[in-house]
Write a protein that binds this ligand. Sequence first.
Ligand SMILES: NC(=O)c1ccc[n+]([C@@H]2O[C@H](COP(=O)([O-])OP(=O)(O)OC[C@H]3O[C@@H](n4cnc5c(N)ncnc54)[C@H](O)[C@@H]3O)[C@@H](O)[C@H]2O)c1
Length: 253
Amino acid sequence: MQLAGVAAVVTGGGSGLGEATAVALAAGGAKVAVLDINAEGAARVAAAIGGISAVCDVADSDSAVAALAIATAAHGPARILVNCAGVVNPGRVVGRDGPLPLAAFEKVIRINLIGTFNLMRLVAAGAQSLEPFEDGERGVIVNTASVAAYDGQIGQPAYGASKAGVVGLTLPAARELARFGIRVVTIAPGLFQTPMMASLPAEAQASLGAMVPYPPRLGVPSEYADLALHIVSNRMLNGETIRLDGAIRLAPR
Ligand SMILES: NC(=O)c1ccc[n+]([C@@H]2O[C@H](COP(=O)([O-])OP(=O)(O)OC[C@H]3O[C@@H](n4cnc5c(N)ncnc54)[C@H](O)[C@@H]3O)[C@@H](O)[C@H]2O)c1
């Protein structure tokens, strides 16, 4: 899909991978709405790229409907959705203080998996009746899983499950939305240098980076954004999850 003049929505756009993608989409000429639960981050990014921002809790139906209404009023219905909002919230099945509180597990599933589906369903509903472009293409949805969907570590039962859910959502959604010319593709990043990662000490970040076979470093957000934009432009990519990870396979811990 072309970017010029097309409305795009990026969740989690106020930081990290979403921020880099919002910047790249805008540089390509898209009209970008930055959605984030962090109003300040969303507003900062939107101001930098000449887009608009809307506060949105992706896990909440009403909040997503309201945020998309703001985006649509400014730019028209979105054809491009990049789902980057997510949380890690590690916790063992049975930790020092006993079993993981169910609410902790549920929170990660709600934001990472249900939040992804929430925005997907709403943006697809808006895009399905838009004028088609070449090949009948109406929209493209890029989701963000993680390599933890496949090789989740100790302490990642909720995160790994939520991201495996995003992987599992990809093909059935792509198959269903195919008749409207809406593609669905998921990126499974390895280890990327974002504020999420910056919460770890520098030493830990360096040692994590050194575990990557090649290149032996953390990924940078623009490398994620490059792939997201390629997915948007390449119509043959559909219904697939692409690992973007320098060949890393996570160890148990
Ligand atoms: N950084 C990595 O190494 C890495 C690796 C694999 C997958 N990922 C995934 O990539 C995505 C982006 O992560 P990042 O590293 O840029 O993290 P980040 O913390 O920099 O950005 C995540 C953004 O999501 C927002 N967010 C959190 N909960 C939200 C909610 N309920 N509604 C709306 N927005 C919400 C945060 O405010 C933040 O701006 C996440 O889904 C993450 O799981 C990251």
